[in-house]
Design a protein around this ligand. Structure first.
Ligand code: TYD
Ligand code: MG
Length: 458
């Protein structure tokens, strides 16, 4: 006889409790624990997906690999194809998360409309009415495409109604519910069950499924972490309010490189791919201002130049402020400590603000040298020449360490008209291979000397 077991889950982190609590002991969040009911079929409780796995014998295969290339389908929206690793893979499941209003529905409607020229495409919305979606389609010029549209929240009804579909968009996974689970949509068990059913559908039919996911206020995809483990690809759609640029970032991709970036611009008629992002991130540069320089970074498979800005001001706080946008705060602490200890330049009575212009987030250690140069430049009120590009990692002894993919970084700087590149000497980059002035540096003292910053302004 079917019996039910009462359980309580944390909606934020998925931790499980036998009774309700006001605050999750695992993640420390308040009011996130909700009741969940699992139904047993009488022979023990099922797997996390609600169904008991069959006990038939399994078949084994060997590790021989048929050398066929993974088939890919291009949407011809270049930045989207790039982030997926060169097009969509049939049967794969892609999860796209992002803040409300960032443009997830717009992006996927555009992608689906592009795919619908040669493939069967279905858009299922659990959030908006058909009229709203049709209005958006008219806005982006997709109202004459062959995309089939439905507003439905029951996953079983959705799966039963689909046949011979190549691309499916679910907007959003948090609004769907499965009849096998009693809890309300968006709870951990519902999201997990619905995702499992859709992934199963994708793998058995070869349909490429795009799942839109809500994010929590911390920026992670709402629901259980296992959702990100289950899908093949996880993308985040990011951007700043009041800025028309949007960044699509791959954080997991079983079929391509992760950390790949796709850059879009939101216009009145939808999203447009930005083919040369370096130009975009450098457009608003001013001439020779102290505390700003350009970093030649690598994002995924391509080099991207970005402007880094630092502001060093007199502090009126007991503990001076350190604020970062687009950079890791702990890394800023480390660089400041190295400058203070090795170069004897103090920031103790100064507030430090560091910003990567254009909404880009840099996580590469290769950005250290550019950040250090900005801090030194802002501290000494001594501008770094406008035509200079910098990259290199800084070690704790103040040495500048070599970085990967040096030639791509130099070539990108050269392509964008920079005259000088400050780079790690240990990279031993041959001067003859480019038409740009190379300035190799071994440690922080070299950069102080090159940029003439030894004079301190109090
Ligand atoms: P939407 O795709 O609904 O965001 P999400 O699904 O992530 O919540 O996009 C909403 C925003 O995008 C909204 O503020 C209006 C803006 N937008 C444009 O600027 N241009 C357009 O062509 C479209 C369709 C939307
Ligand atoms: Mg939406």
């Amino acid at each position: 006889m079917a019996k039910s077991e009462k359980l309580f889950y944390c909606n934020e982190c998925g931790a499980r409790y036998p009774k309700w609590l006001g605050r999750c002991e695992d993640c420390g969040q308040w009011n996130t624990i909700v009741e969940d009911i699992r139904v047993s079929n009488g022979s023990g409780f099922g797997s996390i997906y609600g169904a008991k796995t069959p006990t038939n014998e399994i078949e084994f295969s060997d590790l021989s690999y048929s050398n066929e290339k993974v088939e890919r389908i291009l949407s011809n929206i270049t930045e989207f194809d790039r982030v997926l690793g060169g097009g969509a893979v049939p049967g794969s499941v892609v999860l796209i998360g992002g803040d409300p209003g960032i443009g997830k529905s717009t992006l996927l409607l555009q992608v689906l409309s592009a795919f619908s020229q040669d493939h069967n495409c279905v858009y299922i919305s659990g959030e908006e009415s058909s009229e709203q979606i049709c209005l958006r389609a008219a806005r982006i010029g997709a109202n004459n495409s062959n995309v089939k549209l439905a507003c439905e929240t029951n996953v079983d009804a959705i799966i039963n109604s689909l046949s011979k579909v190549d691309f499916l968009v679910i907007d959003s996974i948090q609004t769907l519910q499965s009849s096998t689970v009693e809890s309300i949509p968006g709870t951990v068990t519902q999201v997990r069950t619905v995702a499992y059913e859709l992934i199963n559908f994708a793998k058995t039919t070869g349909t490429t499924v795009f799942l839109i996911g809500h994010v929590t206020k911390e920026g992670a995809i709402a629901g259980p972490k296992v959702l990100e483990h289950m899908v093949d690809t996880v993308l985040y759609f990011e951007g700043e309010r009041g800025n028309s640029y949007r960044i699509l970032r791959a954080v997991k991709n079983r079929y391509g490189p992760c950390d790949e970036l796709g850059i879009f611009e939101m216009h009145g008629h939808g999203l447009f791919s930005v083919s040369n992002p370096s130009v975009l991130f450098l457009t608003q540069r001013n001439n020779d201002i102290a505390g700003a320089t350009v970093f030649s970074g690598i994002e995924g498979t391509r080099p991207i130049l970005a402007e880094i800005q630092a502001l060093v001001s007199k502090s009126y706080f007991i503990a001076p402020r350190r604020t970062v946008v687009g950079w890791d705060l702990n890394r800023l602490f480390t660089i400041l400590a190295v400058i203070e200890t090795k170069c004897k330049i103090s920031f103790a009575d100064r507030d430090v603000y560091l910003n990567v212009a254009g909404g880009l987030k840099i996580s590469e250690p290769a950005g250290d040298l550019a950040v250090a140069a900005c801090l030194l430049s802002a501290r000494s009120v001594n501008p770094i020449p406008n035509d200079t590009c910098i990259f290199g990692e800084i070690g704790l002894t103040g040495e500048v360490r070599s970085v990967s993919r040096c030639s791509e970084r130099v070539k990108e700087a050269e392509k964008l008209g920079f005259k000088n590149v400050i780079l790690p000497a240990s990279n031993k980059f041959p001067k003859e291979s480019c038409n740009i002035n190379l300035m190799p540096v071994q440690n922080l003292f070299d950069i102080i000397e090159i940029l003439g910053m030894s004079k301190r302004h109090e």
